[in-house]
Design a protein around this ligand. Sequence first.
Ligand code: HEM
Length: 409
Amino acid sequence: MQLGRRHDYLINHPDHIKAILCAPQSEMARSTPPALKRLLGRGLLTSQGDYHHRHKRMLAPAFHKEIVRQWNLTITTHCERLRDRWSEGDEADIEYEMLRLTLAIVLKALVGAELEEGTDEMARAANTLVEMTHCRTLPVIDDLLDKIALGRIRRFKDASGRFDEIVYRMIRERRDANAPVNDLLSALLRVRDEETGCAALCDDEIRDETLTMLMAGHETTAHALTWTWYLLSQHPHAEQKLHAELDTVLQGRMPRIDDLEALPYNRMVFSEAMRLYPPVWIVARRNPNAWSLGKFTFPPGSFIFISQYLMQRDARFFSDPDHFDPERWTPEAAAQRPRYSYFPFGGGPRQCIGEGFAWAVGLLVLASLSQRWRLSLAPGQRIDLEPLITLRPKYGMRMIVEQHSNRTQ
Ligand code: HEM
């Protein structure tokens, strides 16, 4: 694509996507919109090179499978609260509900804060910050928006000031606390430099990483779930099959992380929803030096785009690609396709660090709410895409809550 004097590229084959995503960072750097850099400082999303590599290594243990398992209670407690709050016939703004639910879970797991108990201030700051990322992903448009959106920039500064106050206060409180707290903030404070044995991260670095996780973690998962509810409402056969699996395996008790292995259809539904509506629908890379792929050489400084949305709807790899069909995700069917025909969490050195956490939250929310409720689109609800940094429903997602008729509780 030629935009003025600039040449941009869109890559559309799994082998080439693999080559680009898995190239060393010195050859292929993530291209991040400037507004995001100002917002997140030097967190994992926005940092580059050795700094990024060092931080990713230090943060990885905080997302280890065993740590994610410890968040089981946090996740299920919040799901249970929402499940109990709904009543038959309610009309719910499902996008808002999912955003609030995942924000509450992520806040608790990251900084040990309860959304309901006095952290409204933090939630408000986080929400304003999330709104700031309502800019389009393409860097050229984002630059332009930055120049004209003075109001946005003022609101961003206010919100980020509020957020900083709260996070720095929490860091002080954790340092002073005698009893260990089980959250990411405490894990970051415990990280030690391998050579000196001293604390490896200063307060500013911890602030940047915490804010990054909060931003990267809650909106993505919320939108994956919002689209999943929409798809289930349109495919009653899949919905019934999901309910049958939940009824048989769980016998009416609340699901736990340990149950997820025994709920394959639940996972197939969520996988298929992220195929059709990948929360991160496009990523961009830039090559500092000329870079060759087969016979083609990208000039230095090219913008190279890779779109999950396009690749995951490509008829070469998915027959009848726009059709929602969870059966594509039986292990046998999935093994037939190349690895990078489906990559909602990216890959290579910049692969999503929160993938395990996102699966746990997504699958537990889906299972626990489906156990009691089914959702159908509210009359007149229009559906269209709004491809911002995440892929959102343009007109929201109002849905009617109805009892799942076979429920055993
Ligand atoms: C369904 C939910 C999620 C999806 C679809 C998703 C998707 C992605 C993708 C595609 C990338 C790579 C972007 C690129 O290659 O340029 C990424 C990176 C990242 N994600 Fe996620 N993510 C999700 C949830 C989470 C959660 C729960 C967290 C943390 C709590 C998180 C934290 C991050 C971070 C820190 C990065 C940057 C990693 C790096 O650059 O090394 N994400 N995510």
